[in-house]
Design a protein around this ligand. Sequence first.
Ligand code: NAP
Ligand code: COA
Length: 265
Amino acid sequence: MTTSDIDFSERTVIVAGGTSGINLGVARNFADAGANVGVIGRSHEKIDSAVRFLKEAGVSAHGFSADVRDYAKVTEAFEMFNAKFGEFDVLVSGAAGNFPARAMDMSSNGFAAVMNIDLLGSYHVLRAAYPYLRKPGGSVINISAPQSFIPMILQSHVCAAKAGVDMLTRTLAMEWGSEGIRVNSIVPGPIQDTEGMKRLAPTPQHIDEVTESVPLKRLGNTDDIGKAAMFLSSPMADYITGAVIPVDGGWSLSGVTGLMEKLDS
Ligand code: NAP
Ligand code: COA
């Protein structure tokens, strides 16, 4: 499958946390396939730059500044996107925060920051978007992480949050299935040139070690995740819901051995 095999013309795709990195790459893949795109993030500067980048695909693109921890603001964002675009065909929820720290080296507020962005924020995004999701036919994709099912030191907050995100995927797949809304998670592996990788594999040596630990012997890129998101939102995946799908070159098969231990040493 190439991106040109899938046509999202006249479709609307909203990406929460879509102003940089993996999620912006996903948004651009959908835009390249013809979709009109809305992105949410906090920084106005990042929103402006993302919207310019998305418009290069020749589609309509809009951004809205909202912290996903603020339910009222997230609701405002979706009201605006609905007024611009009508119903949403695809919702991608990927806003997240991460920093490496042992449980005893972070405060309650540090743990809560990640829980509230990743888990409560995902709930806010899905709940606030629900009235505008196409029924039947809507596709929701949560961007998870290997921490969801692989315990890692320095990542207690992210492991707890992303495990919750994947349970949200499964439970909402059950609650919304009868209305024809599918809900799935994509679990990216190590994706090159992203903020997440900078935080967890900060040196060239770390990156080499991670690359070597991936069975396919390369880091992923944002198109790898974009292609999976488009497949999951296409008719080819119309019987897939509640799935948690690693797109990671096989990285998680080995339990991502030693990544955080190396960072800790
Ligand atoms: P990134 O570039 O930092 O992207 C995070 C996005 O979320 C940005 O648009 C950011 O914009 C937004 N965001 C952060 N906090 C927010 C908040 N409170 N409210 C609204 N928006 C917020 O990170 P990335 O590395 O590409 O990661 C993207 C996703 O992939 C995350 O869900 C991450 O857990 C997952 N993931 C990444 C990797 C990897 O290798 N990078 C691996 C596995 C999973 P603002 O900062 O302007 O708000
Ligand atoms: N170790 C321990 N605690 C840390 C920390 C670290 N490396 N970095 C932040 N914290 C703590 C802060 O000290 C604060 O706790 P305190 O008030 O008790 O001091 C708490 O986390 C919140 O920090 P703050 O900077 O106020 O939060 P924020 O809401 O502005 O930002 C973060 C949230 C911390 C997750 C920030 O890193 C962020 O915005 N990340 C988004 C981008 C990102 O992480 N991308 C990768 C995605 S995989």
